[in-house]
Design a protein around this ligand. Structure first.
Ligand code: ATP
Ligand code: MG
Length: 362
């Protein structure tokens, strides 16, 4: 059996980029032979094994045949006879379809090295169109390597356009779409992820809410945000806020985003304007915002929300918020009870004192 390093690890090594996970392909071996050598099986549909020591993934060389819709609609064929070139042929991009043997020799049947040199994200074969996930992956790689000058090859973009006109993208699960989106949010240029998806009209299928809202102006403002913060949650909240009149709750529910993303985006959309000029608000408005955000019980919410406000506004006045919260925390209901307040009167007195505090900071 021969073992090769493949995919992202080869690409990133050639790009002088940090390599985080290593994938290996095994040619000329059977599943039984892998098990005999102590590898642990993981794949259900195709033979992937975990190395007993390194924990890295080793996949038997395989070919695939489309048998249904979406990302999972494939039948795989792995046998000792499948060659490395055949395995590399089923991969998405030429720069992801290179292998390296243990002597460091590159196997590059689809000219990945040339595309690396010319900074092109180019599909390996027309079979690219069989898996809609590839549209999202290409957009994500474009967002990752944009600062290096990478672009999607014209022919590949054409395939992405045709694919986006079919119903294939609708067969991707929310989890897959979100996973790609979230990863793109952590890349250096997340705006490029949306630009690429928009340019092939894939946004209409996967992020219909954003398709018309993500204008050039929004893209520019979002790019500024991404230069100020690398946090995916913050970037997501700012993006949706910049997109204006969109139903964030519906979008997050549809994409099944983690709760933290949804909550932060909603709070940001609703409160970023007011928070940015908090010092100038009327005392009762200050108190209203504090209670709407439940900041007395959950002051930690500010840790997530303030970076959004800072990323969206170049000029913020929010120096009185923390002192107000600190003073409000000093109010002792017990002491007020000793002073004779109880029931609804106690609640009213607390509210009155909170307002007085806001007034004292105006
Ligand atoms: P990353 O740095 O994000 O891990 P990667 O290229 O290593 O990038 P993986 O998802 O780890 O991406 O996949 C490893 C390799 O498997 C890819 O380089 C590519 O060759 C192939 N691959 C993964 N997903 C697909 C897909 N949907 N269609 C075709 N090939 C794919
Ligand atoms: Mg990888």
């Amino acid at each position: 059996m021969q073992i090769y390093l493949v995919g992202g690890a080869v690409r990133d090594q050639l790009l002088d980029y940090p390599v985080y996970d290593k994938d290996w392909v095994v040619v000329g071996a059977s599943a039984e032979e892998m098990l005999e050598q102590g590898f642990q099986p993981v794949g259900q549909d195709f033979p992937v094994f975990i190395h007993p020591d390194s924990g890295e993934e080793y996949a038997l060389a395989r070919t695939e045949r489309k048998s249904g819709k979406g990302y999972t609609g494939f039948q795989y064929h792995a046998s000792k006879a499948v060659t490395l070139e055949e395995d590399l042929l089923r991969r998405d991009l030429t720069i992801n379809a290179m292998a390296m043997d243990d002597a460091g020799n590159i196997v590059d049947p689809y000219n990945g090295q040339s595309d690396l040199k010319y900074k092109l994200l180019r599909h390996v074969s027309p079979a690219f169109s069989e898996d809609p996930l590839r549209v999202l992956r290409v957009a994500r790689f474009a967002s990752r390597y944009h600062h290096l000058g990478f672009q999607v090859a014209d022919d590949t973009l054409s395939l992405m356009k045709s694919l986006s006109q079919t119903d294939e993208l609708e067969h991707l699960t929310a989890e897959r779409v979100w996973k790609e989106f979230e990863r793109a949010l952590g890349e250096i240029s997340p705006q490029v992820f949306l630009q690429v998806l928009q340019s092939c009209a894939a946004t209409l299928k996967v992020f219909p809410e954003l398709h018309s809202q993500f204008t050039d102006t929004v893209c520019k403002a979002f790019t500024e945000v991404t230069n100020k913060t690398a946090q995916p949650e913050t970037r997501f909240a700012c993006l949706l806020t910049l997109c204006g009149e969109i139903d964030i709750a519906a979008l997050c529910d549809r994409l099944k985003t983690p709760k933290a993303y949804k909550e932060l985006a909603l709070q940001c959309q609703q409160q970023h304007q007011a928070l940015s000029r908090f010092d100038y608000l009327a005392p009762d408005t200050k108190l209203q915002i504090i209670s709407q955000l439940d900041l007395i019980r959950r002051p930690q919410r500010l840790e997530a929300l303030l970076p959004c406000v800072e990323a969206l506004h170049s000029d913020i006045s929010i120096t009185t918020l923390n002192p107000i919260l600190e003073s409000i925390n000093q109010i002792q209901p017990k002491q007020l009870m000793q002073e004779g307040f109880k029931g609804p009167e106690l609640g009213k007195e607390i509210e009155k004192r909170r307002l007085q505090i806001c007034e004292s900071f105006s």
